[in-house]
Design a binder for this molecule. Structure first.
Ligand code: NAP
Ligand code: MG
Length: 514
């Protein structure tokens, strides 16, 4: 039951053409099964673990849940239904100040003095509670952020626990991590994270900071604060001493208050390049340590000798399975000319089978776009590609009436100067280009302001090594894509930021080494 693809080509002459693409049409509530014909569709398989969402989440400061001084709250919604889930406290500079003071107290009186062995015990305990609650946390992550339950249950949550376990193991062995050097904690770390991996980004930041003896003030993203507050409950349950981790929710201003607070020793930021640059300017000359994990525009490079079926599957999982909401998503595809038609045909067929819809359904491949704002950004950038002369390919795929959705898409005829070849799209949209020689492949791959990740698909080991040495990207995957492990450092070149998270390098970012 193959769905007929509708290739859509729109040229500059008709700026409204994209709006007319039939995929945007709504389907009746009773029939939201997508792509497949009625008879052969899977039965719905929604994740049934019950979760308790509080009507209101307060700030987590000094081990307690406290109301914001402004008395203000903002809504967190489910992007798949547009229904409100909860009210979230909006922290202002005064709340951030209380949080920093509590982190400083905890650092000086308890955590900074505690032996690594004892700190490790807390981290192990936190990791185990996360494992126990992982189904529930996965459902919350999916409801608040729109990502599929397959992703939150099978990728995010196991990695969240793994990062706490990994860093727990280092807590009493730091001197072995840095032979011949003596590591010291930095003090209070201010950490600001985005919405695409809410719990995982919190784990990437909190676990190494605590393992090294620092205390933390963390701000989750505005659209995905709920799981961070459940993580705070886990810290309470684990008996983590008061003030060791403080979580302040709010918008950009809350982040600015953290960045500008004079009593913070280290800022760790994951988010957009634009905000990252402003943070770097704001803390220049203050003596604060900084790591930035910013945007990306990864190239997935397919050579003619690659196993094409596996490569197509890797491309699909690298850009579509997570709505393209990954900084290291393979959002550019570079195909060697000889296999171009074959790859495009297979990709076309494969994306027609992807299922877009209820993220809580275990059969769903592509969930909801995180916010209306993000959806508009994706539409605008795709429109710019069409206006600049690229061809948009989307399967005929009906989308639910409510919520924020974008069908899996790719653009062909993209040139290096198009905005869709240069700017991060953060949506399920792939820009396809071709190359003839390996030299042309790495030149094209490197030709963006970013340098976070890349993928190489080939049967030849020698070609892999050649490409790895030439690609200016923090991570290069070979014959696979988007694979993560807490032992492996992650981070970017150029405008993708600096510093590494994960592995021993990730610990170094939270230590002063004598
Ligand atoms: P963003 O707008 O930069 O936001 C990131 C975080 O910073 C959010 O918590 C945000 O709060 C906060 N923030 C916003 N303005 C701020 C300011 N002026 N000062 C301090 N904090 C501020 O990015 P996003 O749209 O949430 O996330 C998507 C971006 O993150 C993409 O560019 C993606 O590539 C990048 N990313 C990178 C990595 C990596 O490891 N390299 C990983 C994941 C994501 P609000 O949510 O309230 O705006
Ligand atoms: Mg939400």
């Amino acid at each position: 039951m193959k769905t007929k693809l509708k290739a859509v080509t729109r040229k500059n002459s008709n700026p409204r053409a994209l709006v007319a693409i039939p995929v945007q049409r709504a389907v009746p509530a009773k029939d939201r099964r997508l792509n497949f014909g009625d008879k052969w569709d899977y039965a719905p398989a929604p994740e049934s673990v019950p979760v308790k969402i509080q009507p209101r989440y307060e700030l987590f400061i000094n081990g307690k849940f406290t109301a914001p001084t402004s008395g203000k709250y903002f809504e967190s919604i489910n992007p798949a239904t547009e229904q409100k889930l909860s009210d979230i406290a909006a922290a202002n500079a005064a709340d951030v100040d209380v949080a920093v003071k509590s982190a400083r107290r905890a650092y000086e009186k308890v955590w900074g003095k505690m032996s690594g062995r004892e700190r490790g015990k807390y981290l192990y305990r936190i990791a185990r509670i996360i494992q126990e609650k992982s189904r529930e946390l996965a459902v919350l992550e999916t409801m608040d952020g729109g990502k599929t339950i397959k992703e939150s249950r099978d990728i995010d949550l196991p990695l969240v626990a793994a990062h706490f376990f990994y860093n727990a193991g280092w807590a009493d062995k730091l001197k072995y991590a840095f032979p011949g050097r003596t590591p010291h904690p930095l003090g209070v770390a201010g950490q600001i994270i985005p919405w695409n991996f809410p719990l995982l980004m919190a784990a990437w930041k909190i676990a190494p900071a605590l393992a090294c003896g620092n205390t933390v003030v963390l701000k989750p993203a505005e659209t995905t604060s709920i799981t961070a507050m459940h993580l705070a409950q886990i810290f309470q349950e684990a008996g983590l001493p008061e003030g060791v981790v403080n979580i302040v929710t709010g918008a950009g201003e809350t982040g600015t208050a953290i960045v500008n607070h004079p009593d913070i020793n280290k800022i760790a930021f994951t988010g957009s390049t634009e905000v990252g640059k402003n943070i770097a300017k704001a803390i220049a000359g203050t003596g604060k340590k900084l790591t930035l994990e910013l945007g990306g525009k990864a190239a997935n490079i397919i050579f003619g000798d690659a196993p094409i079926d596996q490569a197509v599957e890797g491309i699909v999982s690298g850009i579509y399975f997570n709505q393209g909401h990954v900084c290291c998503a393979g959002s550019r595809l570079l195909v060697q000319e000889g296999v171009y038609s074959k790859v495009i045909k297979k990709l076309r067929d494969r994306i027609a089978t992807l299922r877009v819809g209820n993220p809580l359904d275990k059969n769903t491949d592509i969930g909801a776009i995180n916010s209306r704002m993000q959806l508009e950004k994706i539409r605008e950038l795709v429109q710019s590609g069409v206006d600049e002369g690229a061809e948009l390919v989307q399967p005929r795929c009906a989308l639910p009436e409510k919520g924020y959705w974008y069908p899996p898409s790719f653009l062909t005829g993209v040139t290096a100067s198009h905005r869709i070849a240069q700017e991060e799209i953060f949506g399920p949209v792939l820009s396809v280009m071709t190359f003839r020689t390996p030299e042309e492949a790495f030149e094209r791959a490197n030709n963006t302001p970013y340098g976070l990740s890349a993928g190489v698909w080939t049967d030849k080991g020698s070609k892999i090594f050649k490409m790895i040495n030439k690609l200016r990207a923090g991570v290069v995957w070979a014959n696979t894509f988007n694979k993560f492990d807490p032992t492996s450092p992650f981070g970017g070149y150029k405008e993708s930021g600096f510093g590494r998270e994960g592995g021993v390098q990730g610990l170094a970012a939270y230590c002063r080494l004598d």
